[in-house]
Design a protein. Structure first.
Length: 113
């Protein structure tokens, strides 16, 4: 059930170069900010490979870094596809369904900011 909600919210342009999609149906949560949630999520699950200063990128493409909300916003489509749709990121998995739902809400809030 949670995946149906996530996928319905994630429909839209999947090309990382596309403009941000219409957020009218996006489930936002004003309590989710970089400081309150996003930074901790990306630090925990992503930045061991996707930090600009990471020495162990494990194949993460150069420039695909999540050190700030602006850098995450630049990669929203990629994050949605790889984490929420394909589920092949982060390597090794481990993201709870609750955190996946919060990630979608955080990305929606980030798009609207």
């Amino acid at each position: 059930m949670i995946w149906a909600l996530l996928l319905s919210c994630a429909s839209g342009p999947q090309d990382s170069d596309s403009a941000l999609r219409d957020t009218a149906d996006c489930p936002t949560d004003p309590t989710l900010s970089w400081q309150s949630w996003g930074h901790g999520f990306f630090l925990t699950y992503c930045n061991s490979c996707h930090a600009a200063e990471s020495q162990t990128r494990h194949g993460a493409p150069p420039g695909v870094d999540f050190d700030s909300p602006e850098l995450v916003r630049d990669q929203i489509s990629r994050v949605r596809v790889r984490v929420l749709e394909q589920g092949d990121m982060p390597l090794g998995g481990g993201v709870s369904e609750d955190d996946l739902l919060l990630l979608e809400r955080y990305l929606c809030a980030l798009e609207g900011s």
